[in-house]
Design a protein around this ligand. Structure first.
Ligand code: G4P
Length: 534
C-alpha cells in the first residue's frame, strides 16, 4: 500500500543524529548552540543549567555530578529550516559504557567534534569505529579555532590516517587563535569574517572571495596561507561527494568555534541538506522501510529511576516506520503482549513532554515497570525483530559479595534490573554462587555499586577478577552445544537474558577452546535478535 503523503513528508524531514567527541572537545557547547539556532532554547547556558538541575533530582547521578561528566544520554528535538532534528546525546567520559555505543544504533548520522588544539583523541576513535561499522554518515566539526591549534592540514591528515575516513573540507580557517580572521567557504568562495567582540554571530559579515582589501590589510599572511592550502586540497582531489558521504567513507569538514557561535550554522545547514532522512532497517524477518504505514520501533536504551520518587523506568524507542499516535495499541513482540501507549513522552529540549504524534526517526520514551529489554521490538501486531542493537563482550570483571547475607534477594533483583537496563552485564556461573559483573568501562562498576545501595538498599563488596573476556556461544549443532556445556561447565555462565557465555581466563585459553570446539561459535557481540534467531 502506498504511504500517505503526510507520512512521506514527515519522514523525509527527519534528521536523527548524535554528537560524538572526546570529553572537553566542546560537545555540550555545540549542542547548546545548535539548540539556540534551532530556537529550542532562548539563551546560552540553558543546557548546562538544566543538565545540572535535572541531575540533582537523581541520586545515583551524583557520581556524574562529582566528576563533571554525563553518563546518561538524553534526547533533544528541535526544528530547523523545515526539518525536525532529533539530537541524541552520547555520554562522553573515557570510561564510558555500552550505552554510548547503543545510542549510535538509533541514529542516521553523527557529528564528530574535534578540538583543534588536541586533534584526534582516544574516545573519538572508539566511537567513530562504531559508526564506521554501521556505515553511518559523519560530519566533522573542528572546534576551538579561537585557540592556537594544530595546523589545519595536519588535522585533516590525522583524521584520515587515524580514523580511516576521507576528508572533504567545506570550510577552511583563515588564521587561528588570536590571528583568526574568519573561515572561508570553499564551494561558495566567500569568507565569514570573525569578530571576537560580537556575541551573536548570526549576522556575521560575509565577503566574496579572498581578495577583500580591508581583510588583506589585517590578515595578509593568513590569507596567503589559506590560498595555498586550498590549492593543495584541490590538487589532492578532496572534493565532497554525496554518495561516499552517505556510505560513511567520506566526511565533510567544517571549522569554527562553538563558544563564539562561529561556523555552527554551516554545520546545521549541512545536517539539513546532506544528512540522510531515516533509512530502511533490517529485522530478522525482513527489511522495514520508513514509509510503511504500520508502526514499528526498537528499544536502544533503558533508563531506570530517572526520578527516584516515582521509580519509573523509561524505554527509549527509535521509530522505524509508520506513525505513532498517543494511546495507540502496541505489540511488544518478545512477549506477544499488547500495551496501550498512553504513558509516552517525547524529549523536547530535555523537558519531558507528552507526545501526541511521532514519525520515523523520532525517539519516544515508554514508561514501564521492567518488562521491556534493550533490543526489543514494538509493532502493531507483526512479528518483527530488529537487528543491530549490540551488547559488547565485557573486558573488565568483578565478583560480587554481600556484606549482609540477608539482602541476597534485593541483590538479585537489583542486578537483574540493572542487567536488563544494560548498565552492567551480569553473569551467573553454572558452577558456584558468586555473581560476576562484566563491563566495558570501569565507571560502570562504580555506578552499579552506587545504585545498588541507593535504589535497592544493598551494600555489596566487589573484587576484581582476572578474566580475559567473555564470549557468547551458540551452535547449529545442539548436541555439540550440550557436550560443550557439560565438559566446560566450570567456565560457563548465563547472562541476564539467559544466554550462554564462555568466560575465558586468558587469550591462549580462548584460542585453544575455539580450536578444540570448531562447531561452537564464539561471539564478541551479542544481539538480542541473535538469541531469538539461534
Ligand atoms: P564536552 O561537552 O565535549 O565535554 O565539552 P564542553 O562543551 O563542556 O566544553 C569544554 C570546555 O571547552 C568548556 O570550558 C567550554 O567553554 C570550552 N569550549 C567549547 N567550545 C569552545 C571554543 O570554541 N573555544 C574555546 N576557547 N573554548 C571552547 P570549561 O572552562 O571547561 O567550562 P566553562 O566554564 O567555559 O563552561
Amino acid at each position: 500500500m502506498e504511504a500517505p503523503e503526510l507520512q512521506i513528508k514527515e519522514t523525509r524531514r527527519r534528521r536523527t543524529f548524535a554528537i560524538i567527541s572526546h570529553p572537553d572537545a566542546g560537545k555540550t557547547t555545540l549542542t547548546e548552540k545548535l539548540l539556540l539556532f534551532g530556537g529550542a532554547i532562548q539563551a546560552a547556558g540553558t543546557v548546562k543549567a538544566r543538565k545540572s538541575s535535572k541531575y540533582a533530582t537523581s541520586d545515583w547521578m551524583a557520581i556524574e555530578k562529582e566528576r563533571g561528566i554525563s553518563v546518561a544520554s538524553s534526547v533533544m528535538q528541535f526544528e530547523y529550516k523545515d526539518c525536525v532534528i532529533n539530537l541524541l546525546d552520547t555520554p562522553g567520559h573515557r570510561d564510558f559504557s555500552e550505552d554510548t555505543y547503543r545510542v549510535l544504533t538509533a541514529v542516521d548520522a553523527a557529528l564528530m567534534v574535534i578540538d583543534c588544539t588536541k586533534g584526534v583523541e582516544p574516545q573519538t576513535i572508539k566511537l567513530l569505529e562504531v559508526c564506521r561499522q554501521r556505515n553511518t554518515p559523519i560530519i566533522t566539526f573542528i572546534n576551538k579555532l579561537d585557540r592556537e591549534g594544530k595546523h589545519p592540514l595536519e588535522l585533516i591528515d590525522e583524521i584520515e590516517s587515524v580514523m580511516n575516513i576521507h576528508c572533504a573540507p567545506i570550510t577552511w580557517p583563515v588564521g587561528m587563535g588570536k590571528r583568526l580572521g574568519g573561515i572561508y567557504d570553499i564551494g561558495k568562495d566567500e569568507i565569514l569574517v570573525f569578530d571576537p567582540e560580537a556575541s551573536d554571530q548570526k549576522n556575521v559579515k560575509v565577503l566574496k572571495g579572498l581578495g577583500d582589501d580591508a581583510l588583506r590589510g589585517k590578515f595578509s599572511s593568513e590569507i596567503d596561507d589559506t590560498e595555498e592550502e586550498i590549492s593543495l586540497i584541490k590538487e589532492d582531489g578532496r572534493a565532497f561527494d554525496t554518495e561516499h558521504f552517505l556510505e560513511g567513507e567520506l566526511t565533510p569538514v567544517f571549522f569554527g568555534s562553538a563558544m563564539n557561535n562561529f561556523g555552527v550554522v554551516k554545520v546545521l545547514d549541512a545536517l539539513v541538506e546532506e544528512a540522510p532522512a531515516p533509512k530502511p532497517r533490517k529485522s530478522i524477518e525482513r527489511t522495514v522501510a520508513p514509509e510503511e504505514e504500520n508502526f514499528s520501533a526498537f528499544v536502544f536504551k533503558i533508563q531506570a529511576n530517572m526520578d527516584p520518587q516515582h521509580r519509573d523506568r523509561i524505554a527509549f524507542l527509535r521509530i522505524c516506520s509508520g506513525r505513532f499516535n498517543r494511546g495507540m495499541k502496541l505489540t511488544h513482540v518478545r512477549s506477544g503482549k499488547d500495551i496501550r501507549a498512553s504513558q509516552v513522552v517525547s524529549f523536547l529540549s530535555q523537558r519531558r513532554e507528552t507526545v501526541e504524534d511521532a514519525w520515523p526517526g523520532d525517539i519516544i520514551g515508554l514508561l514501564n515497570h521492567g518488562s521491556i529489554d534493550i533490543g526489543d521490538t514494538f509493532t502493531v501486531g507483526e512479528k518483527l525483530n530488529f537487528t543491530g542493537i549490540p551488547y559488547f563482550a565485557p573486558e573488565l570483571f568483578q565478583g560480587v559479595t554481600l556484606r549482609d547475607p540477608l539482602k541476597s534477594k534485593q541483590l538479585q533483583k537489583g542486578l537483574q534490573q540493572l542487567g536488563e537496563e544494560g548498565a552492567i552485564q551480569v553473569f551467573k556461573p553454572i558452577v558456584g554462587n558468586e555473581i560476576i559483573l562484566g563491563a566495558v568501562g570501569l565507571l560502570q562498576f562504580e555506578v552499579v555499586a552506587h545504585r545498588l545501595k541507593a535504589e535497592y538498599g544493598v551494600d555489596a563488596t566487589t573484587r576484581s577478577m582476572s578474566f580475559y573476556g567473555a564470549r557468547w556461544v551458540t551452535s547449529e549443532n545442539s548436541r555439540k552445544l550440550i557436550d560443550f556445556e557439560k565438559q566446560l561447565a566450570g567456565n560457563l555462565a548465563h547472562d541476564a537474558s539467559g544466554s550462554l557465555t564462555y568466560m575465558a581466563t586468558s587469550k591462549p585459553n580462548l584460542d585453544l577452546t575455539m580450536e578444540r570446539w570448531p562447531d561452537i561459535k564464539f561471539h564478541s557481540i551479542r544481539e538480542h535478535a541473535q538469541k531469538l534467531a539461534s
